[in-house]
Ligand binder design. Structure first.
Ligand SMILES: [Mg+2]
Ligand SMILES: [Zn+2]
Length: 180
């Protein structure tokens, strides 16, 4: 079996959710993200971001701007001595009916093919119902991150995750317990 991967949501999970973020200067890591991702790396896990960016399809910003935001994210993570294996974005709107907007599994299948991992062996981390649903669909272990104020957004608990956590730092600690 290949390396196991953590599939991470971007907005509200790794960085502050600015709602349709287009400006690289708006990228801000959430507390505990650097340490949590470092811990995952030390456990030998691969790290991939899977993100819905419908702002592209809605005309709010371009794919180039998404790429600039991701370059900035990479810089901030490098300061934390963390490197991602990849970032996969869906640029479509819900109305497009694509196969890659979470909870659809298209981006996971693409990443699994390119990076050689088994989707069902993954750990999916996100702050929304669509993230938990994605994890369920691929047979992965799911972590739901609470909001910044500790709230659970409406509808979130309609589908219970395997773990409810305060943030990515807590995921790192749980994975250390599961995998060691
Ligand atoms: Mg999110
Ligand atoms: Zn899509």
């Amino acid at each position: 079996m290949g390396r196991r991967f953590v599939l991470l949501d971007r907005d509200g999970t790794l960085i502050v959710d600015r709602h349709y973020l287009a400006d690289p200067q708006g990228v801000e890591l959430l507390p505990g993200v650097g340490a949590g991702l470092r811990q995952m790396r030390e456990l030998g896990l691969g790290l991939v971001v899977i993100t819905n960016q419908s702002g592209v399809g809605r005309g709010y910003f371009t794919l180039e701007q998404v790429e600039q935001v991701h370059q900035r994210l990479g810089q901030l993570l490098a300061v934390e001595q963390v490197q991602l294996d990849g970032i996969y974005s869906c640029p479509h709107t819900p109305a497009d009916g694509c196969s890659c907007r979470k909870p659809a599994t298209g981006l996971v299948e693409k990443a699994a093919s390119e990076l050689d991992f088994e989707p069902q062996s993954c750990f999916v981390v996100g702050d929304r119902l669509c993230d938990v649903e994605l994890g369920r669909r691929i047979g992965a272990t799911t972590f739901l991150v609470r909001g910044e104020t500790g709230q659970i957004n409406e509808g979130k608990m309609a589908m219970a995750p395997d773990y409810l956590v305060a943030g990515v730092g807590e995921v790192g600690a749980i994975l250390a317990g599961l995998l060691n």
